[in-house]
Design a protein around this ligand. Sequence first.
Ligand code: HEC
Length: 232
Amino acid sequence: MNREAPSATQADNRSPFYPNHLFVEAVAALAVFAATVLAAYMWQAPLEEMADPGDTTYVPRPEWYFLFYFQLLKYFEGSLVVVGTFFLPALTLTLLMLLPFLDTSTTTDIRKRPCVAALSLAGVVAVVALTALSVVEDESHADKIVLPPITGEQITAGREIFGKFCMLCHSIDGKGGFMAPDLTQIGARANRAYIERVIINPQIVSQTTIMSVIPLNEAERHEVSAFLSRKK
Ligand code: HEC
């Protein structure tokens, strides 16, 4: 390549963007790419279980590096949703593109650039805080239901509890109330964890449901869910 001698302005240890800076960037990008390929080759990327269309309790979550944005979107509800999904990302990208024109300072000394430094720091703090919030919120809602294996006694006991606490509203095999969905085939469309979650918090089915929280203890809850999950 035809290299020119450094000009007078470059003598004060500055170097041109092309080709010097671009070359370093390209080498760094290639190195990261090669490392990623190697990692993908040596360690299989973990996958979740096969998707189960019958599982209504699955909670989809983005990868960790998008959690901050996922959390941010929770604060924009209803018609405000476009603020989070469109205006904020568009504003951020526009600002980043305009940055070279807005910030024309030639120094790289961070102490002499309080404005840019403060904005960047605020951005980093916001991303870290939102990520942490998202993780903490998920943890507090984490599914702590541990299901014991189903036994014949459980099913018998479950049928009894169902008759006592649930049949006022729900019907099963042609018997029971008409105020709630028939549960004769509930086991075919819902799994056990879902049934238990409905018993603990009926509002996950519908915000305005008339189903109240039924005061069952853990063992009784397992019995009803065992009984219902076998109804297919
Ligand atoms: C006061 C009436 C009432 C009682 C008592 C009641 N439920 Fe419900 N339940 C409902 C209603 C109504 C719905 C439907 C949710 C909605 O749309 O409001 C429902 C929904 C459900 C669902 C979800 C059904 C589906 O298709 O997703 C399950 C599971 C369930 N109930 C189980 C139970 C169990 C188990 C009991 C007893 C421990 C019980 N319910 C007691 C009224 C009741």
